[in-house]
Design a protein around this ligand. Sequence first.
Ligand SMILES: *Cc1c(COP(=O)(O)O)cnc(C)c1O
Length: 395
Amino acid sequence: MKKMTPQMLAGLSDRTKLVYAGREPSEQFGFVNTPIYRGSTVLAPTMKELLDRSNRFVYGTIGTPTSEALENAWSAISGAEGTVCVPSGLSAVSVALMSCLKAGDHLLITDSVYRPTREFANGVLKRFGVETTYFDPMIGAGIEALMRPNTTAIFTEAPGSQTFEIQDIPALAAIAHGHGATLLMDNTWATPFFFPPHEMGVDLAIEAGTKYLSGHSDLLLGMVSANERSWKALRETYLQSGLCAGPEDMFLALRGMRSMLLRLKEQEKAGLEMAHWLKARPEVDKVLHPALPDCPGHDIWKRDFKGSSGLFSIVLKPFSQTAVAAMLDDLALFGMGYSWGGYESLIIPFDPRSYRSATSWNPAGPALRIQIGLEDTEDLKRDLDAGFARLRAKG
Ligand SMILES: *Cc1c(COP(=O)(O)O)cnc(C)c1O
């Protein structure tokens, strides 16, 4: 077999890339997969090589064949200059922000952001002298008015992982770059397959590998990919903070990656089918799915995104908390739990009213976030249908 060069890999379609990225059998005695390299110490053959640090691998925190395989594969998929792999999605958020901020800087964050990102900004970043302003996710080019001389970064998440507003990333990129600021995006929902972040102007793209990359709800991992402009600072910040992920988790992520696109496409199809079915239910007021017109930013999604994943929300008509509990407590197929992106369907109630600060959230009734897994959709509909009967019975 010919050795796969990065140039050959770059020319392949996404599906084929996923099969060949991040492995070089000739370096692994012919074994197909890059194995789990466990290790802190790497022995140098001579004192000169030890002191020069000229070996391909130097120390466990700096990289192993396993981490290199996953990071190179993710860069190939994302069209990135480089990637760092860290122990959780949240640490991907924090290392990305730390790589482009310093004391005295001003940061803009979308009001629809993943809540722990907000807590990192309001906690650690504030203590380190960074001031944050939250903005309306639908602000688009209007963000110009919020830019200050010390605004060095804009943090976006499209769509917001509860309320699903789609942001105008190209417009935000143009304004960020016009001011010399960095554009960050949490791209966990779309993944690079449905939204190629760097091609669209994002400097630092975050993916919670815990979700679709893992695909099996059995690991925690985060990826940050960078374009040329942001790569050096990201890599330096990553090395200085010692945020290396565990080798088993990286190996499992590489394994999950092979089937990631197939799972995503199935979950997209099933998610759309369920979203349309829910839209037609009398108990449902709105379906917040980027591919449906109820969703703020639906037109932007149509313009910029290549697909949708299996996570969306619904707003119910007015029902009591007791009625919602009666519906959810006895579901047989939908589990109640945080996170998503696995093979199993999930449902959780959410209410962002207590922590939103730049925009208000005034739904008609209770809101539910739904992740569609790999089950048969007819079974899922039957489970929800029985749930809706319990909801109506309790009012
Ligand atoms: C889950 C999630 C994260 C964080 O990932 P963890 O691995 O759980 O820390 C970040 N952003 C989004 C949008 C997420 O859904």
